[in-house]
Ligand binder design. Structure first.
Ligand code: SF4
Length: 413
């Protein structure tokens, strides 16, 4: 059973309720746990499912999943909060939530082009825990722990603490580096999940960063509103709002993740003045189809979360079974642009393998271009021509008349 927006009990439908509904996963197999415990984020963390013995009685695992869980302690640990676990469709062995968090034996297969550090972060790290890859911003990794572990995590080499990576961030060294680099105007705090730090530590860290005069803008990257929404307490929000301008990038992949609990957590953050953006990873059989992705973007907007990026899944070792094709990503983008409000259209990017940074990838809308004109197509496939202004003093002159019946008026949708 699930409860809907009005708190009424509704039966969970195989395949999910309408993708656009906000529901709560409820307690499921934890029905004997008190409401106070269930709603306590510390209880959720303490009772995460991390072993085969804990998961198997509650979910009929496939043999590849059981084998994957057994082996995950050598690569990227298994962990999922009871709350998020209850979003799994028990009757769908290929469901979108379990594909993200239940390991499979395929993770042990590594193709020659896959990497442990596909974004080249380690080679752009002047201080342990700090990545300086772009001119005006840095990434500060403050923890290697998350509330749950995503099987496609681009930092699986370091998160969860079971791999070979020696993660010992030098926070004082990082603060010193940022202070000595006036070009750094933007700090993204990530990990792991920084919202697993306690409020006092976050307050201290944000305060130290805010004290650096040239740092204009702070961001936190977190999946806590999705995995552990009750962690977004009023006290945490009061702490965060002391350090504005502070933005947050959350990471939602499928509309099922957008529950009543997540919506309430996002509302608390928004009410604290924190602009929210969402980053999704394009994942095979999770969100690599237009209907799912469009429903996700619409639900995000309903939660005051601006769709920000869709990432092509990085070439992380053992992720082939989760990666979708760029062709599918382009089809998803084609289905969004023009077909729904521009606020619901994130930027599709590939993080260039080896450390090249984010490269936007778009369906082709420019058909032809020379110094006199640009020929474009719109979302309906209609073709238009725009004359290039002649900036060297020559009058603007299209090489042929623009067909008036085809020109589209600009709308500010
Ligand atoms: S929450 Fe983020 S850092 Fe943690 S496992 Fe998932 S993708 Fe990786």
């Amino acid at each position: 059973m699930t409860s809907d927006d009005s708190g009424q009990q509704t039966r969970r439908v195989p395949g999910g309720l309408s993708l656009k509904n906000f529901t709560s996963p409820g307690k499921g197999p934890w029905s004997r746990v008190s409401d106070a415990e269930w709603n306590d984020w510390r209880w959720q963390l303490k009772n995460r499912l991390t072993t085969l013995d804990q998961i198997q009685p509650r979910l009929a695992l496939t043999p590849p999943e059981a084998a994957g869980i057994k082996l995950s302690d050598h690569k990227l640990a298994t962990a999922v909060t009871p709350y998020f676990f209850n979003l799994i469709e028990r009757d769908n062995p290929d469901g979108p939530i379990r594909r993200q968090i239940i390991p499979r034996i395929e993770e042990m297969d590594t193709a020659p082009w896959e990497m442990s550090d596909p974004c080249g972060e380690d080679s752009h790290s002047p201080v342990p825990g700090l990545v300086h890859r772009y001119p005006d911003r840095v990434l500060l990794l403050v923890t290697d722990r998350c509330a749950a572990y995503c099987r496609y995590c681009t930092r699986s080499r370091l998160v969860s603490g079971v791999g070979d990576h020696d993660f010992h961030p030098n926070i004082e060294g990082a603060l010193d580096y940022i202070g000595r680099h006036p070009e750094v105007r933007d700090v993204l705090i990530s990990g792991g999940d920084p919202l697993l730090l306690n409020d006092e530590k976050l307050d201290w860290l944000l305060g130290r960063l805010r004290a650096i005069k040239h740092v204009e803008f702070l961001r936190i990257g977190s999946r806590i509103p999705i995995f552990l929404p009750r962690r977004i307490t009023p006290e945490l929000c009061a702490t965060l709002r002391r350090h504005h301008p502070l933005w947050m990038s959350i990471h939602t992949n499928h509309p099922r993740e957008c529950t009543i609990e997540m919506r309430d957590a996002c509302a608390r953050l928004s009410d604290a003045g924190i602009p929210l953006g969402n980053q999704s990873v394009l994942l095979r059989h999770v969100n690599d189809d237009p209907d799912t992705m469009k429903a996700l973007q619409h639900k995000l907007l309903m939660m005051r979360v601006r769709p920000y990026y869709i990432y092509q899944c990085d070439l992380i070792a053992g992720s082939a079974h989760l990666r979708s094709s760029i062709a599918r990503g382009l089809a998803v983008m084609e289905s969004l642009r023009g077909h729904t409000t521009g606020y619901a259209v994130p930027q599709y990017v590939i993080d260039a393998p080896g450390g090249g940074g984010k490269v936007p990838v778009n369906p082709e809308y420019v058909i032809y271009r020379d110094h006199e004109r640009v020929v474009i197509r719109n979302f309906e496939g209609k073709v238009f021509e725009y004359p290039e202004p002649q900036l060297d003093g020559q009058p603007s002159a299209p090489s042929r008349p623009v067909p008036l019946q085809e020109t589209c008026s600009r709308s500010d949708e």
